[in-house]
Ligand binder design. Structure first.
Ligand code: CO8
Length: 258
């Protein structure tokens, strides 16, 4: 895999790691970070040897938002015509499950990047927020939409309208963080969680993620229909036969991703 300017990329077992690496700007998400993260994530997504992806930052900051200095001088037309930040949609669309391992600040675009992931593991030092209102704007990478789906209208409205930060315990209580762990354990826990996912049957993992995504995007009736079709389709995989035979034979399954 090629070298990147703003991220570090490595593979640990069947897990692809993307570490945001702009310490001088608390990992603020400029266009280069977006290109790098999207490129690395889509490359991992295309690799059958990768069963899960972890995105993380530094101890001090997962990401302190979109890069304010890059955006400051732009006009509304620049933002629309340049499709500024539009590429993040390709990150949200990867089929491989993505774990955000969040330590320190996850603000604005940083919180929104975490919410594009499937699991948010938070260090006890994590701080989440949508402070764009303090800059005279609003969330622009999904914050007003995904936060409501995660925590409900009233909590999301309070955070988006006041710009208040919440700590990891509050984020877990309200359903934004999947789990909170001591900061010193964050990366190990992320690897363990990713290993557990990567050990499953790849077709069923993709199907589970697609069904979960459908729940966020469609009506209950449509989502249930989608789930039923995908559930049925998995019965044509070798891994379904292997998984159920292994249960009957009281042994661990040997999945092949077929
Ligand atoms: N952008 C650019 N630079 C940043 C950012 C940022 N978001 N956050 C921090 N930095 C820089 C600082 O400017 C500083 O650099 P320098 O030393 O050169 O001045 C360096 O990082 C360290 O930051 P601080 O000195 O401020 O560190 P503190 O520990 O004092 O404070 C905070 C940490 C509280 C995180 C503070 O840096 C802060 O408030 N940052 C901004 C948080 C914010 O407002 N985020 C939202 C940004 S807007 C956004 O995300 C919109 C997303 C949608 C866009 C979609 C467009 C279509």
């Amino acid at each position: 895999m090629s070298e990147y300017e703003t991220i570090l990329v490595e593979t640990r077992g069947r897990v692809g790691w993307i570490t945001l690496n702009r310490p001088e700007a608390l990992n603020a998400l400029n266009s280069q970070v977006m290109h790098d993260v999207v490129d690395a994530a889509t490359a991992f997504d295309a690799d059958e040897g990768i069963g899960a992806i972890v995105v993380t930052g530094s101890e001090r900051a997962f990401a302190a938002g979109a890069d304010i200095k890059e955006m400051e001088a732009k006009s509304g037309l620049d933002m629309i015509m340049g499709d500024h930040f539009g590429e993040w949609g390709r990150f949200a669309a990867v089929r491989t499950p993505v774990i955000a391992a969040v330590s320190g600040y996850a603000l604005g675009g940083g919180c929104e990047l975490a919410m594009m992931c499937d699991i948010i593991l938070a260090a006890d030092t994590a701080k989440f927020g949508q402070p764009e209102i303090n800059l005279g704007v609003i969330p622009g990478m999904g914050g007003s939409q995904r936060l409501i789906r995660a925590v409900g209208y009233y909590k999301a409205a309070e955070l988006v309208l006041t710009g208040r930060m919440m700590d990891a315990a509050e984020a877990e209580r309200c359903g934004l963080a999947s789990r909170v762990v001591p900061a010193s354990d964050l990366l190990d826990e992320a690897q363990k969680t990713a290993d557990a996912i990567a050990a499953k049957s790849l077709p069923s993992v993709y199907a589970a993620k697609a069904a979960l995504d459908a729940a966020m995007e469609t009506s209950l009736a449509e989502g249930l229909r989608f789930e039923r079709h995908v559930f049925a389709a998995l019965f044509d995989t070798a891994d379904q036969k292997e998984g159920m035979a292994a249960f009957r034979e009281k042994r661990p399954p040997q999945f092949t991703g077929r």
